[in-house]
Design a protein around this ligand. Structure first.
Ligand code: GRF
Length: 203
C-alpha cells in the first residue's frame, strides 16, 4: 500500500495536525505529512510541524488579490512538497475550485459537528446553544460548498447535564483526533468510494 503524502492546512492550535503526525509515527496511518501550510503566522500548528521536522510555510491572504490566486499559491507549494492528499485541520478559509481541481477527491476536512447540522464557525457552540442532546464531529471530502462535501465518518458525542460549550468542544475534539486519522487511513487503503453524496467504505 502506498503511503499518503499529506499536505496539511491549519489556522490554529493544530491538535488535529498533531493527531495525524502521531498516527503516522505510530504506524496506524500509512502516511507522511510532507508540508504544513497556514494563513496565520502565529498558528501553533506551525510549531508542532517544526517540532516534527515537517516543512512549513505561511501564506498571507492579504498578499493575494483573490481567493483563487491564494489557492494557486497553496497548490504550487503542495505540489513542490509532493503532496497527493490535502487535510484541512482546523483551517478557517473556504477553499476554491483551484485547490479542489488540483487534488480531485483528495481534500478532506474535519468539522466539529454532525453535518449537515451546524456548518461554519463555532459549530460546537452552535450545537450547545441550540440545545442538542447529541453533538459530534464529521470527517468529509471537501467540495466547493461550506462543510458540504460527502461524509466519510462521523462520531457522536452526548451532551452532559453539566456541560458548557467549552467542555463539550473538548470532548468533541477527542473524537476528531480519532476519526480524522481513521478517514485518512481508509483513503490510504483505497477503501473509500463515492457515489453521488454517499461514501462507501469497503471491508
Ligand atoms: C477543532 O474543533 C476543529 O474541528 C476546528 O477547530 C478546532 C481546533 O482544531 N476547526 P485544531 O486543534 O487546530 O486542530
Amino acid at each position: 500500500m502506498q503511503k499518503l503524502k499529506i499536505g496539511v492546512l491549519a489556522s490554529g492550535s493544530g491538535s488535529n495536525l498533531q493527531a495525524i503526525i502521531d498516527a503516522a509515527a505510530a504506524g496506524t496511518l500509512p502516511a507522511e505529512v510532507v508540508m504544513v501550510l497556514s494563513d496565520k503566522p502565529d498558528a501553533y500548528a506551525l510549531a508542532r510541524a517544526d517540532a516534527a521536522g515537517i516543512m512549513t510555510a505561511v501564506v498571507e491572504p492579504k498578499e493575494y488579490a483573490s481567493r483563487e490566486e491564494y489557492d494557486a499559491k497553496l497548490v504550487k507549494l503542495l505540489q513542490l512538497a509532493g503532496a497527493d492528499t490535502v487535510a484541512l485541520a482546523g483551517y478557517l478559509r473556504i477553499v476554491t475550485p483551484v485547490l479542489l481541481e488540483a487534488f480531485p477527491q483528495r481534500v478532506l476536512n474535519i468539522h466539529p459537528a454532525l453535518l449537515p447540522a451546524f456548518p461554519g464557525l463555532h459549530a460546537q457552540r452552535q450545537a450547545f446553544e441550540h440545545g442538542v442532546k447529541v453533538a459530534g464531529c464529521t470527517a468529509h471530502f471537501v467540495d466547493s460548498g461550506l462543510d458540504s462535501g460527502p461524509i466519510i465518518l462521523q462520531a457522536p458525542v452526548p451532551v452532559l447535564e453539566d456541560d458548557d460549550a467549552d467542555s463539550l468542544a473538548a470532548r468533541i475534539l477527542e473524537q476528531e483526533h480519532i476519526i480524522f486519522p481513521l478517514a485518512l487511513r481508509l483513503l490510504a487503503e483505497g477503501k473509500l468510494s463515492v457515489e453521488g453524496r454517499r461514501v462507501y467504505i469497503a471491508d
